[in-house]
Ligand binder design. Structure first.
Ligand SMILES: CC(C)(COP(=O)(O)OP(=O)(O)OC[C@H]1O[C@@H](n2cnc3c(N)ncnc32)[C@H](O)[C@@H]1OP(=O)(O)O)[C@@H](O)C(=O)NCCC(=O)NCCS
Length: 193
């Protein structure tokens, strides 16, 4: 397995694979994936875009993650902003990198790939804070939750509902840059990118 930084065009070239990993990891239906494909294609042009991918020795996509500078006028940013109390808006959204997607193909999960991707992505990100949203779940049982907690993500909003989605989400955040401790605890035993 090889972890590589991706430029926007790398992501666009592998968009079919990206959507396939995303669909498998999240268990989403084909109709939803078509819409998501369009969004991802547009996201690569956003300011501060950063992406990483994990490739097998045969070049197959095992996982990916990406994010960008969170800004006013973006749907996710505006939803989160309107739900935050005034005092938290500047603290969390003033200079924020949003982790938009982070996924590993189910057959490749559980081997530290997600942690390695997250660590690399946050190391490349600009911003004073990082935010992400993840479905509410049992923190002990969910691999995503365990991963984010290991990296020191704290609760920013809990049981938040985005318009048009019946699932409850948590918005989690932490300061950037990653401390050495968070880097080590998030991805133990892995050296370098
Ligand atoms: C969440 C997700 C990205 C995590 O990626 P992953 O590669 O499966 O997870 P990790 O990197 O944490 O690895 C899992 C386990 O391997 C362990 N691990 C860490 N480094 C390791 C290494 N070098 N070798 C082996 N195992 C290692 C971790 O301790 C972790 O243990 P835990 O899950 O019991 O806490 C992935 O599971 C996924 O795509 N899930 C479905 C989609 C999803 O929920 N995405 C996030 C939505 S916001």
């Amino acid at each position: 397995m090889r972890l590589v930084p991706w430029q926007p065009d790398d992501m666009l070239r592998r968009l079919d694979d990206v959507v396939s990993v995303y669909g498998e990891a999240m268990g989403y239906r084909a109709e939803l994936l078509a819409t998501r494909r369009g969004y991802i294609g547009a996201h690569v042009r956003r300011a501060g875009f950063r992406a990483v991918a994990t490739l097998t020795t045969e070049g197959q996509l095992a996982g990916f993650g990406y994010g960008y500078a969170s800004g006013a006028g973006q749907w996710w940013h505006d939803q989160v902003r309107s739900a935050l109390p005034d005092t938290d808006r500047q603290r969390w959204l003033g200079d924020c990198f949003e982790v938009v997607e982070l996924h590993v193909r189910p057959t490749a999960q559980g081997h530290g790939i997600g942690a390695r991707q997250l660590r690399a992505l946050l190391s490349m990100a600009d911003g004073a804070t990082v935010l992400l949203s993840t479905p509410e779940a049992d923190e002990q049982k969910s691999r995503a939750w365990r991963l984010y907690r290991r990296f020191g993500f704290e609760d920013v909003l809990r049981n938040f509902y985005f318009p048009g989605d019946e699932r409850a989400f948590a918005i989690l955040g932490r300061d950037l840059p990653l401390t050495e401790r968070a880097r080590a605890e998030g991805a133990p035993g892995i050296v370098g990118i």
